[in-house]
Design a protein around this ligand. Structure first.
Ligand code: F6P
Length: 507
C-alpha cells in the first residue's frame, strides 16, 4: 500500500498507543482538570472525552492529522457543494436542508429547493389533516426508513398524535402482513419513500399496499425519480422531491422526513432541522480544538487505527433512543465501509470498525458481560438524557446511576484475588448528555454523527457518499429471482444450486 501524507501521523499515533500501553485509563482520567478540559458543549448537547485512552501528546498528534488532512477545508467543501462524491460526480449537500451557511450558487440553489419542498410538505401535512385518515404507512428501506423511523420512535408522545405512523421496510411479506393487520384501508394513507424508485423492497411492498388500499388516491411518494413514481400511478401533486445531492443515509432532513412531520407535526420537524443547523454552524465555524465533530472523529480514528479496536458500541441510556444504533450503523458503515481511496488506490489504514449497540439498561443483561471481561475491548458512546419526560423519578435516577456506573467500571475495573472476579478496566467511553430529548437536541446529535463520519472519511482519504458495495448482492438476487419462481435460470455456483434444490423441493 502506498503511503499517504497522513501515514506519518498514523505511525506516530501507533507509537503513542505503544507508549501508553501500560498507563491505566483510570490514571489518565485522573490527570488534574482532564474531566472538565476534555468536555465540550454545543447547545443542548454535552460530550465528555476524558475516558479515552489518549494523553496530551497523543491528542496533539490527532490534531496534527486533522491539520494535514485539512479538516477545515474539507468541511468548507461540503458546505459549498463541491463534488465530495467524485465516483458519482455529486455534491453531498444535506447541510443545505437545514442551514444556509454558504453563498456559493450551488448551495444557494439547493437551499432554495429545500425551502420550496418544505412549503409543499407543510401543505400536504395540512391537506392530510383535513381528511379522515388516521394512519400512515411509510414504505422505504435503508436511508429512506431508518432516520425517520428513529426520530418518530424517539419523539412520539406516549399517546398518539393526529396520525399513527407505521414503517414498512423488509421485503419479507410477513412485514407487510403485520403492518397492515388492524389498519383500515379507508383511514390509511401510504407514502412510498425511495430516492431512486427502483428499490425492489419498496416497489414490492408498494404494490401490496396499493392493492390493499383499493384506491390509490391515498398513495403518495417521496422520490427523485418522478417519472417512475408516475408510472407506478402516483401523480405529481402527490410526489415530494428528493435530489441526487442528498445521500439516502443523510436524507431524513429532506422530504424523506415527511413521516416525521406527520407523526410529530411540522413545527417539530422544523425544530429538528434547527438543531441540526446549530450543529452545522458549530462544525463549520469552530476552531479544531473546540470542535465537537473533530473530537469525535479523531477519537474514532484513535480507537480503531492506534489502539486497534475492531468495533464501536453505541449505548443510548434512554429507551426512546433504542433505534439510534440502527440508524448510526447504516450512516457509519455504508459511508465508511470502503477499501480504496478517492483515487482508487488501496487505503493505507483499516477503515470502518463494526458499529453496533443497544439501549441501556437492557444491554447490561445481554452482552455487557463480554464488554467487561471479554478479550476484545469495545469502546462505547453512551448517550444519556438528563431531563426525564415521565413521572417515574426513581427509575430515572436508577437509569443514570447505571450509565455512570458502567462507564466508571469499564474505565477503572476492579482487582480481585480470584481471576474470574477480576475486571481489567481500561475500556474507553465517551459520554454524551442531552439536556432533554427534543427535536432540537436529537437533530444536533444526529448531525454531529454525520459530520464525524465525514471527517473520518477525510482522515482515511475515502469517499463517504457512495455505496457500490451493496450493488453486487442486488444484481445476483435479480438473476436468482426467476429460479425462485421455478423458471429457467443459469446458475453456475454449485452451492447456490444445492441450496435452491433444497428450498424448491416438494414438501
Ligand atoms: O442499501 C442501499 C441503498 O441504496 C441505501 O443507500 C438507500 O438508502 C437505500 O438503498 C434505499 O434506496 P432508495 O431510497 O433509492 O429506495
Amino acid at each position: 500500500m502506498d503511503a499517504s501524507p497522513f501515514t506519518v501521523h498514523f505511525e506516530a499515533l501507533r507509537a503513542h498507543a505503544a507508549r501508553l500501553a501500560d498507563t491505566p485509563l483510570r490514571k489518565l482520567a485522573a490527570t488534574p482538570d482532564r474531566a472538565t478540559k476534555l468536555a465540550l458543549r454545543v447547545g443542548p448537547l454535552y460530550a465528555n472525552f476524558a475516558r479515552q485512552r489518549y494523553d496530551d501528546a497523543a491528542i496533539d498528534t490527532l490534531f496534527a492529522l486533522a491539520d494535514t488532512a485539512q479538516f477545515p477545508e474539507r468541511v468548507i467543501d461540503l458546505f459549498e457543494g463541491k463534488r465530495v462524491n467524485p465516483t458519482e460526480d455529486r455534491a453531498a449537500l444535506h447541510v443545505a436542508l437545514r442551514s444556509a451557511l454558504s453563498d456559493t450558487p450551488v448551495a444557494v440553489e439547493a437551499r432554495k429547493e429545500a425551502e420550496a419542498a418544505l412549503v409543499r410538505m407543510r401543505r400536504l401535512v395540512g391537506a392530510l389533516q383535513d381528511t379522515p385518515i388516521t394512519d400512515i404507512v411509510s414504505i422505504g428501506i435503508g436511508g429512506s426508513d431508518l432516520g425517520p423511523r428513529l426520530v418518530v420512535d424517539a419523539l412520539s408522545p406516549p399517546t398518539p398524535g393526529r396520525f399513527r405512523v407505521h414503517f414498512l421496510s423488509n421485503v419479507d411479506g410477513a412485514a407487510a402482513q403485520r403492518v397492515l393487520a388492524g389498519l383500515d384501508p379507508k383511514r390509511t394513507a401510504a407514502i412510498m419513500v425511495s430516492k431512486t424508485f427502483t428499490t425492489q423492497e419498496t416497489l414490492l411492498n408498494g404494490e401490496i399496499v396499493r392493492e390493499w388500499l383499493g384506491n390509490d388516491t391515498h398513495l403518495l411518494a417521496v422520490t427523485a425519480n418522478v417519472a417512475r413514481a408516475a408510472e407506478f400511478g402516483i401523480p405529481a401533486d402527490r410526489i415530494l422531491p428528493m435530489w441526487d445531492w442528498v445521500g439516502g443515509r443523510y436524507s431524513l432532513w429532506s422530504a424523506v422526513g415527511f413521516p416525521i412531520a406527520l407523526a410529530l407535526g411540522m413545527q417539530a420537524f422544523e425544530q429538528l432541522l434547527a438543531g441540526a443547523g446549530e450543529m452545522d454552524e458549530h462544525v463549520l465555524r469552530t476552531a479544531p480544538r473546540e470542535n465537537l465533530a473533530y473530537w469525535h472523529a479523531l477519537t474514532a480514528v484513535w480507537n480503531h487505527n492506534a489502539l486497534g479496536y475492531a468495533s464501536q458500541g453505541v449505548f443510548p441510556y434512554d429507551d426512546r433512543l433504542k433505534l439510534l444504533p440502527n440508524h448510526l450503523q447504516q450512516l457509519v458503515m455504508e459511508s465508511l465501509g470502503k477499501s480504496v481511496r478517492l483515487d482508487g488506490t488501496p487505503v493505507g489504514e483499516r477503515t470502518v470498525p463494526v458499529w453496533w449497540g443497544g439501549a441501556g439498561t437492557d444491554v447490561q443483561h445481554s452482552f455487557f458481560q463480554a464488554l467487561h471481561q471479554g478479550t476484545d475491548i469495545v469502546p462505547g458512546d453512551f448517550v444519556g438524557v438528563v431531563e426525564a419526560d415521565h413521572p417515574h423519578r426513581e427509575n430515572h435516577r436508577a437509569l443514570f446511576a447505571n450509565l455512570l456506573a458502567q462507564t466508571e467500571a469499564f474505565a477503572n475495573g476492579a482487582g480481585n484475588d480470584d481471576p474470574h472476579r477480576r475486571y481489567a478496566g481500561n475500556r474507553p467511553s465517551t459520554v454524551f448528555l442531552l439536556d432533554a430529548l427534543t427535536p432540537r437536541s436529537l437533530g444536533a446529535l444526529i448531525a454531529l454523527y454525520e459530520h464525524s463520519v465525514y471527517l473520518q472519511s477525510v482522515a482515511w482519504g475515502i469517499n463517504a457518499f457512495d455505496q457500490f458495495g451493496v450493488e453486487l448482492g442486488k444484481q445476483v438476487a435479480n438473476k436468482l429471482l426467476p429460479a425462485m419462481r421455478g423458471q429457467a435460470a443459469e446458475i453456475a455456483d454449485p452451492v447456490t444450486q444445492a441450496l435452491l434444490r433444497e428450498i424448491l423441493r416438494e414438501r
